[in-house]
Design a protein around this ligand. Sequence first.
Ligand code: LLP
Length: 429
Amino acid sequence: MHRFQRKGGKLYAEGVSLNGLADRFGTPLYVYSAGTISDHYRGLRQALRAVDPLICYSVKANSNLAILSLLARLGSGFDVVSGGELERVQQAGGQSAKCVFAGVGKTDEEIELGLRYGVKAFHVESEEEMDRIAMVAGRKARRRAPIALRVNPDIAAGGHAKITTGTYANKFGIPFEEVVSIYRRAGKDRRLCLRGVQMHIGSQITQGAPFRAAVRKMIPLVKQLKKEHGLEYFDIGGGVGIVYEDALASGRQGWWKTRQAQKAIPLSEYADSVVPLLKDLKMKILLEPGRFLVGNAGVLVTEVLYRKRTGRKNFVIVDAGMNDLLRPALYEAYHQIEPVGSPRKGTVSTDVVGPVCESGDVFCHDRGISPVDRGDRLAILSAGAYGFSMSSNYNTRPRPAEILVQGNRARVIRTREKVADLWRGEKKS
Ligand code: LLP
């Protein structure tokens, strides 16, 4: 479900015309729908109500302060992976007691920051890191550091090799077989306080089976750890996949309620895969969704600069590039591309490409899209997650402005960067 639709042929975010926004704020432009984010947050809570989960939004998906603040107001906690993300959550008014601090490479400074802000727990990714957290806690804060181990259940899942995290070929988590003995050692350390246990198996998972398999494998371990150490929570991570193909049509149909639209996982299937197993644990359940909450809630609006034909191909060159939205270049990720104005008749096989000097700066290859002219706008859909947050200034390109729409109102939640912003901190001589 999302709130982007055509009205009189033209694309709207909730009640606001995307062409109107592009006229006012220029392109490339990220536009988010607040209503879609709230719908997804509430939908997920509702689907898992039997276990009354604490949703800890994964900040890396989209870390704009307005998005964090919106989620904080809905009651969300946060999953952060750096001191920077933790500072963002503070800045946005999020509660650190609902923050979990993940990541394989936390520095001493980041550990100190987490202790100072009073995070719910550090999610520990290795034995060495656990010892370091204990040391910093003993040295600085003189209070116990709350921890949960991230268990690697060795289950393959995820839409792409680069976003699979839960197997022994990945750098994440602590091997399943070693977990019990490490908890026992941690349990004797007075500088540590054992709060929970965590896993995260991958991203853009569109079937219930991997979630079910991982939770099922974890349950006996979690029960044992609860008994031995009185753990409060089991965090099953994020990874719930969204619709990328046919995203516009499936918005109307409510893709999360039915599988008919596309290969994304309906919420009921996700819930049915995990809730029955989790219910009798009688522990707090944490979730760490990123993409699910914000992915379909954002589009990248871009303007056509030129058209060009080679002997073999039609190219449409737009003013957004891989620096603005990296996913197609990095993962060959599919994002639906739609004209912002009324679609013209027919389709033309087209490569939509950006201006960056890389052959990989391509949003789609040989895709049938509605014919376009210079000055037309295109919307690259499902760009709310890992869009702006993975953007860069490659080719000294200022990053886009970001707009948040709520009903008929639109507000700028990040102004467009200026070229002079990009050399701040540099020294000529
Ligand atoms: N928890 C942990 C520990 C994670 O590492 C991640 C994502 C999440 C939660 C949230 O996962 P989600 O619900 O969004 O699937 N840049 C890639 C995705 C990388 C995901 C990294 N970790 C992409 O654009 O597809």
